[in-house]
Design a protein around this ligand. Structure first.
Ligand code: TXA
Ligand code: MG
Length: 388
């Protein structure tokens, strides 16, 4: 009843939820808010509906989708077993930004959802509209992030429309997503340790607090991301020269050279990418990073690039005024939640500004910083400028 509703739903909300649920029930697609990012939902049992999701996103069919549920009990109808360590993580973090990869029960879900794997990733989102939608639809909801494949994930309904208007049944608008980065994807091994396949909203430190120190590992190369064509950052780091030698004209648009300047997304496989070329700058100190970035940006600007700079608030004063045509802050390094929340919108801001050459400051890869760096590195296609 209304008294136990977790969120005061207006009549308008209830009507919108019912309309969105009807779309799911009739095999259409609908985008909806979750606490991480907006998802593009479809009935996970229907191959035609799931096909429409892959088509709208332009997503390669070998990259499996996450299945969203609203009750813990629904899990038993989707998987064959839940390892006690997986159960402990579920108890600790559901509803919330944790996806657990489990052995799939054959014959229930469309094989497209799992991309032919014998496992399925499942999560229970911590968002009142998402939970109400799943309940009203009465089916498990397969939902990848509601962006065109390769683009930054959507944290607003407007982002969904930017990418997918005309390709989907509708969007349920729930305002801004709270976490701003996708869920953490984990797979529990037979020995009870958890492999992090994708860092996200639940940190490695939080997982370790439940499973014990040493029980959390990060997967060397997330198999599914490789299948989707994203390059592993380590290869690119190895290719990158030790120090930024300076902006070279055209480098931002040339694939395969080993210039430290960002190369154009599309030349390499990138995820979460803005349209301009993006590079991540790191170095021994914030001062070194700022000096190297400012020099490269100035040279790029002189060469006719429209420049962008993504920085942390503490470092703003280290840059000259007008260091770039478009400067966007991820907030304070002391609150990575803020950086996570604003990262994808920031990447889209560079597109609005028409930025062609963008540099982003690296951040420490602890806590949520690990997920932020993971997304930045993928958006940059692994391109790193080492400021020394
Ligand atoms: O926060 C999120 O997880 C958002 C919201 C909408 O829930 N969804 C999301 O979905 O990020 P997507 O499709 O953009 O990312 C799903 C990730 C991919 O890295 C995929 O490869 C992985 O989960 N994944 C899904 N099923 C898997 C499986 N059976 N084994 C390994 N990885 C899997
Ligand atoms: Mg995605």
């Amino acid at each position: 009843g209304a008294d136990c509703a977790p969120y005061p739903q207006s009549t308008a909300d209830r009507e919108a939820i019912e309309e969105a649920a009807a779309l799911l029930r009739e095999g259409s697609t609908v985008a909806f808010p979750t606490e991480t990012v907006y998802g593009l939902g479809a009935d996970a049992r229907s191959t035609a509906a799931v096909e429409a999701v892959f088509a709208a996103k332009g997503r390669p069919s070998d990259n499996p989708l996450i299945v969203h549920i609203a009750e813990r009990s629904e899990l038993d109808g989707l998987v064959t077993e839940v390892h006690p360590s997986a159960a402990a993580l579920i108890d600790a973090f559901w509803p919330g930004p944790l996806t657990v990869v489990l052995p799939v029960l054959p014959g229930v879900l469309s094989p497209l959802v799992t991309a032919g794997l014998d496992t399925v990733g499942v999560r229970m989102p911590d968002h009142p509209l998402a939970l109400a939608l799943i309940r009203a639809a009465g089916c498990p909801v397969a939902a990848p992030s509601a962006n065109r494949s390769g683009r930054p994930s959507p944290t607003l309904a407007a982002h969904v429309l930017e990418d997918l208007a005309g390709y989907i049944g509708g969007v349920l608008d729930g305002g801004a997503a709270g976490v701003g980065l996708e869920s953490t994807v984990v797979q529990v091994q037979p020995d009870g340790t958890a492999a992090v396949l994708r860092p996200g909203g639940i940190t490695a430190e939080q997982l370790a607090a439940v499973l014990g120190p040493g029980a959390v590992t990060s997967a060397p190369a997330p198999a599914v991301d490789v299948a989707a064509g994203a390059p592993g950052p380590s290869t690119d780091l190895a290719e990158a020269p030790a120090a930024a030698s300076g902006y070279s004209p055209g480098a931002a648009h040339a694939a395969g050279d080993n210039s430290p300047a960002p190369r154009a997304p599309g030349m390499k496989y990138t995820h979460y990418a803005p349209r301009g070329a993006l590079g991540v700058v790191r170095g021994a100190s914030a001062q070194r990073v700022a000096e190297a970035a400012a020099d490269l940006l100035q040279a790029a600007q002189r060469a006719g690039e429209i420049t962008g700079l993504l920085l942390f608030e503490e470092h703003r004063a280290l840059y000259p005024a007008n260091a770039a045509a478009c400067v966007v802050s991820l907030g304070s390094l002391a609150s990575p939640e803020e950086g996570a929340r604003s990262l994808y919108a920031a990447l889209r801001r560079f597109d609005e500004a028409g930025a062609t050459y963008i540099l982003a400051e690296a951040c420490p890869d602890t806590g949520l910083g690990l997920a932020i760096m993971n997304r930045l590195m993928k958006a940059a296609g692994g391109t790193v400028v080492d400021a020394g």
